[in-house]
Design a protein around this ligand. Sequence first.
Ligand code: B12
Ligand code: SF4
Ligand code: SF4
Length: 225
Amino acid sequence: MSDLAKNIDRELSAFGLRIRGVKIFEEVTPIAGVDAKCVALIGHIGGENWDQFQNWWTQDDHQDQEHPLDAWSKEIIIPLAKKYDGVAVFPSDEPYYPFQNWALESELLSKSLINLLISEEFGTWHGYRGAIAFEEKLDFACRENPALDICETCVDKPCLSACPVGAFSGDAFLYSECQSYLKTKEGEASCMMDGCSARNACPYGVEYKYKSPQMKFHMRAFRKF
Ligand code: B12
Ligand code: SF4
Ligand code: SF4
């Protein structure tokens, strides 16, 4: 790993974040005004960022944020990008940058049947908080394995039968069926309380599963009011 990558990773670790992988572009790629040669993906595995985020969120001047986790991420990643001559981009800002594709090409992950990337170690319990694009290549040990297909080897596929509205029974995720269910009393008592039943049914990475406050936070953010 280069000194630059090590320094960024060390600074991120104070917030429970890390460089998840670095996607090296075969051709220079324009990203947010930069001719990028690579992009460093920043995120968390399991609940490693949760306490730091909560401490920030409970401070008086942060409680009214409409998207607190995004605001927290920006407060950390934008200055870091400036300090190291890169430019920051974020997963929820449009135009959407292809975070999942970048991740697939720089980490040991595979696509899952429930539209999330999955790892043999930590399952689907991980996320991306931002990325920094650089005009220079960053030396970082990437663990990409394009042949990995975890779901293919999962015989029972419990995720598919766990969703009460069969949101994964077709070719695409049935977003409105899921959203409608989450607004019912049953949805409030199950997925809204304990997290997506399909995601919970997956046997991979159970020890990385988000704890209740983090789970509820993400479910509330996901459900449109
Ligand atoms: C819009 C969006 C949604 C929308 C619509 C998703 C859709 N299918 O269109 C809705 C609201 C439904 C949604 C829901 C959720 N999302 Co969402 N979403 C996004 C967002 C902001 C943009 C997606 C996009 O259009 N990207 C643009 C395309 C071009 O980029 P791409 O990633 O390279 O897309 C390629 C891949 O998707 C790939 N691809 C094609 N088919 C498939 C199939 C599978 C199985 C996979 C893994 C990839 C894949 O090819 C695409 C084209 O090149 C991304 C963040 C981001 N910027 O990527 C998060 C993101 C994908 N979501 C995420 C999450 C966690 C969720 C939720 C669990 C809610 C939550 N926040 O907790 C649910 C899960 C629902 C589900 N099971 O599908 C995470 C996924 C992390 C992971 N572990 O993989 C992301 C990366 C955000 C993040 N901050 O980490 N999401
Ligand atoms: S339960 Fe099996 S098929 Fe479903 S996401 Fe997990 S590994 Fe893939
Ligand atoms: S949150 Fe509940 S309803 Fe929505 S996809 Fe997951 S299991 Fe299905």
